[in-house]
Design a protein around this ligand. Structure first.
Ligand code: PAF
Length: 281
């Protein structure tokens, strides 16, 4: 497997793959892999391309009081895990390679960046959209794979691709969960054993919402209140937001008449966890 530290080396590698007639399948990540990441890599491989993964903890998407410094990192572990699922190259740049001195440009997907996580993490999605557009320009993939746990991020990237006329197919991939339902996340390492147990309330409350929806409930406020009530009853949980929004626009809705998403962000100690479920197709 190739470890590529520079933009030029990525471009060379991509040219060689293309010359051999292989499509480029790309999995952008911030590293510290878990099964969720590996599921994206396996899917990228199963779809029959040359698989390249990026590992870059992007400073632009962290707020001043967020966890940039302590975000978990272990390149050697990541390298081995990626190799075990058939990844052929890792783009692992330094910050200065991505944002050299004098760097100025930022990208903003206006409306989709405002609600949900956009409210409590100002500037976060500008950081995400900027780095993803840069990575897309560097790698020029045919397909890129994103997990649905970061549902708002996925919608923003789909919109970015559409608005910027990029010929990249965005492949959304299902949330991967631990046996007890907790969505896999690199940030789960921040949880104490007590918080880890308490955090299972998130998936239970989302399952409750799905069951209510399946039984015919279409009142978004009822579903939202039910999810929030269950989480609030957990003493170690501190709700950032719980919302039921339109699955395409991410705007709040009163009744579910089109596909919707129940989305939440909840603090357990130092960890801010997000999760969601679709209501409707
Ligand atoms: O989801 C992530 O890991 C990051 O937000 C991404 C898409 C790699 C951009 O830094």
């Amino acid at each position: 497997m190739e470890i590529l530290r520079t933009i030029d080396s990525v471009r060379q590698w991509v040219r060689a793959q293309r010359a051999a007639g292989r499509p480029i399948h790309f999995v952008p990540t911030m590293g510290y892999f878990h099964e969720g990441h590996l599921s994206l890599m396996r899917r990228a491989r199963a779809d029959g391309g040359a698989v390249i993964v990026s590992i870059f903890v992007n400073p632009l998407q962290f707020g001043p009081r967020e966890d940039l410094e302590r975000y978990p990192r272990d390149f050697e572990r990541d390298r081995q895990m990626a190799e075990s699922v058939g990844v052929e190259a890792i783009f692992y740049p330094e910050v200065a390679e991505m944002y050299p001195a004098g760097y100025q440009t930022e990208v903003r997907v206006k409306e989709l960046s405002k609600p949900l996580c956009g409210r409590s993490r100002p500037g976060h999605f500008e950081g995400v959209a900027t780095v993803v557009l840069k990575l897309f320009n560097i790698v020029a993939p045919d397909r890129a794979y994103f997990g649905m746990k970061d549902y708002q991020q996925l919608r923003i990237i789909q919109q970015l691709v559409r608005d910027m006329n990029l010929s990249i197919e965005i492949v959304p991939c299902p949330i991967v969960r631990e046996a007890d339902g907790l969505a896999m996340s690199s940030r789960n390492v921040y949880l104490t054993p007590e918080e880890r147990t308490a955090a299972t309330v998130l998936y239970r409350s989302l399952q409750w919402a799905q069951a209510q929806y399946a039984a015919g409930e279409r009142d978004a406020a009822q579903l939202r209140a039910g999810v929030a009530r269950q989480i609030a009853a957990e003493p170690l949980a501190r709700i950032d937001y719980v919302e039921v929004v339109d699955a395409e626009t991410l705007q709040p809705i009163e009744r579910i008449e089109r596909p919707a998403v129940a989305a939440l962000a909840v603090f357990f100690g130092k960890a801010r966890l997000i999760d969601n479920c679709l209501l409707g197709d």
